[in-house]
Design a protein around this ligand. Sequence first.
Ligand code: AMP
Length: 223
Amino acid sequence: MTVALNIILLGAPGSGKGTQAEQLCKQLELVHIATGDIFRENLKNKTTLGELAQSYMNLGKLVPDDVTANMVKDRLAEPDVKNGFVLDGFPRTLPQAHALMDIMTKLNNKIKAVIYINVPDEEIVERLSGRRICRSCQKPYHVMFSRPAKEGVCDSCGGELYQRDDDNPTTVRARLSTYHNQTAPLVDYYKKIGILVEIEGQGAVAEVTERTLAAARRIAAQS
Ligand code: AMP
């Protein structure tokens, strides 16, 4: 079986998964699947899924595994993912990792590698509190480190920039604690399976992008 470049980006909230996923997808023509974006889209459209997700998101908690895994299962069954995808924000728990394994087996497909972006907690808090997101295309910015050319306006699509409800200090702390308790164990899980590639997530965005792309190209070169 030839395995498409199916990659998981793993890391704490604010570690740069969204930014790096966007670059990987652009450069390597992969499809970006971000569970947080799908939930926010549902929230915007006031769907039942969106309303359910909101109660967890506002508290910095995870949406239940079965709900999230079913949503990902449906997304991965769509035809556009067949040439490779980047999963951003999923899996976030061991049961989700197991569910993903099942989903991929049923689709006769495989995860090729997990790129883990390692960033210390102190930096995460600083990054998230200054983060701004484009309402239209979800591109992330930062009030100090990654400003748009025109204040409040997305460079890529002209959309309005906003601060996510869950990027306030209380929810950020809750999200970090959720990450350490439930998501961080996935680092060891994928290390044991032998598909984890760790990259240093500190430094200029362009440098981290270079590391991420280099890792993805090495992964792609392995048959
Ligand atoms: P993110 O945009 O990835 O930071 O996700 C925002 C929020 O959406 C998280 O804090 C969770 O409440 C929810 N969420 C996103 N992905 C997942 C997931 N894989 N499992 C459970 N909840 C998720």
